[in-house]
Design a protein around this ligand. Structure first.
Ligand code: AHG
Ligand code: MN
Ligand code: MN
Length: 341
């Protein structure tokens, strides 16, 4: 009989840990708890059309955006799955203004969890892919005590693991613990994540750009010139590029990781810090993309070197294939040197 190459997420995490004898197993257990939360959210996302879960709750989140019911469901589920495992000392969520403490009757752990429970929520009602994003750090404050805001405000390069889930035509989880990026597809019949995309490497160069071009008027002149450049005809460099923009960052980044190219959410004259959140959205996908051989920058510096000042701060993001991001950076610099900014 042929040897089985069937690899569940659980087994993959345990085997990954075996290669690091210094590991205690705590991070593995944390990731397993997370996988349970994700399976439950996935189930609910798939039911979204048939239960009364669509539509707004009527509240606004900390960013002044209307909150959809599924956002709150996913937020609560992440908290409930992660508060009692004994692995975390603190959490923070895009949907909650303050840091989230571990209830006092539960054990306090060594890790910090930041998450965007539901990304791309404006797409829910149209049955378009949405996702969940998470980021894990080691605590900086002394062990045994409740975690602090400083534990959450760490630069992205200190992440020990990060991942995202796409609830699409199937549910996929992509994660890295720093060594390799691995993608798992949820088999709904057995409720297991199965390794479907081992060791994902982003192509050196792509032929797709992804940005909300409706904001063109408000962009940096270098970005305008770059987009015009991508639209010119030049077969050897695969131009003109195609445009793809789903409006769910996880789905746009996931495609970029697999097919190559560049995803952008720039700053503009109306939003000088961009839209996406550094801690919940930009840093985790930056960690994953770099681990897959890509580049993630805010246009001036490496995203993961930014030292956050606020839990909910926003950042511009340019992320993707190395050749594409480097070309964009040249356009931005050139426009600045020409005094266009
Ligand atoms: P969220 O649903 O967590 O608030 O995130 C939505 C984000 C992100 O997923 C996406 O890339 C971006 O909003 C789309 O914004 P625009 O509609 O401005 O293009
Ligand atoms: Mn989001
Ligand atoms: Mn969200």
């Amino acid at each position: 009989m042929a040897r089985s190459r069937f690899m569940t997420l659980e087994r993959h995490i345990i085997e990954g840990e075996r290669m690091h004898p210094e590991a205690t197993g705590e991070l593995s257990r944390l990731l397993s708890d997370l996988a349970i939360a994700i399976k439950i959210i996935s189930l609910e996302v798939n039911k979204a059309g048939i239960v009364d879960i669509l539509g707004l709750t009527g509240d606004e989140n900390v960013h002044g955006e209307s909150v959809r019911k599924l956002d709150m469901y996913a937020h609560d589920m992440m908290f409930k799955a992660m508060d009692h495992g004994g692995h975390l000392c603190i959490m923070a969520s895009e949907e909650e203004e303050d840091i989230i403490h571990i209830p006092t009757d539960f054990e306090i752990g060594r890790y910090v969890l930041l998450f965007d429970p539901l990304d791309g929520s404006s797409n829910i009602d149209a049955n378009v892919s949405i996702g969940t994003i998470f980021s894990i750090y080691r605590r900086q404050s002394p062990d045994g005590l409740p975690g602090t805001l400083e534990d959450c405000l760490q630069p992205g390069y200190k992440q020990v693991a990060a991942g995202y889930v796409v609830y699409g035509s199937s549910t996929m989880l992509v994660y890295t613990a720093g060594h390799g990026v691995h993608g798992f597809t949820l088999d709904p019949s057995i409720g297991e994540f199965i390794l479907s995309h081992p060791d994902i490497r982003i192509p050196q160069k792509g032929k797709i750009y992804s940005v909300n071009e409706g904001n063109y008027k408000y962009w940096h002149p270098g970005l305008k010139q770059y987009i015009k450049f991508l639209q010119e005809e030049d077969a050897p460099s695969s131009r003109p590029y195609s445009t793809r923009y789903i409006g769910s960052m996880v789905a746009d980044v996931h495609r970029t990781l697999l097919y190559g190219g560049i995803f952008m959410y720039p700053a503009d004259s109306r939003s000088p810090k961009g839209k996406l959140r550094l801690m919940y959205e930009c840093n985790p996908v930056a960690f994953i993309t770099e681990a897959a051989g890509g580049i993630a920058t805010d246009g001036n510096m490496r995203l993961m070197d930014k030292v956050p000042e606020h839990l909910h701060e926003r950042s511009p993001i340019f992320i993707g294939s190395p050749d594409d991001v480097n070309t964009l950076l040249r356009f931005l610099r050139r426009a600045e040197e020409a005094g266009l900014v």
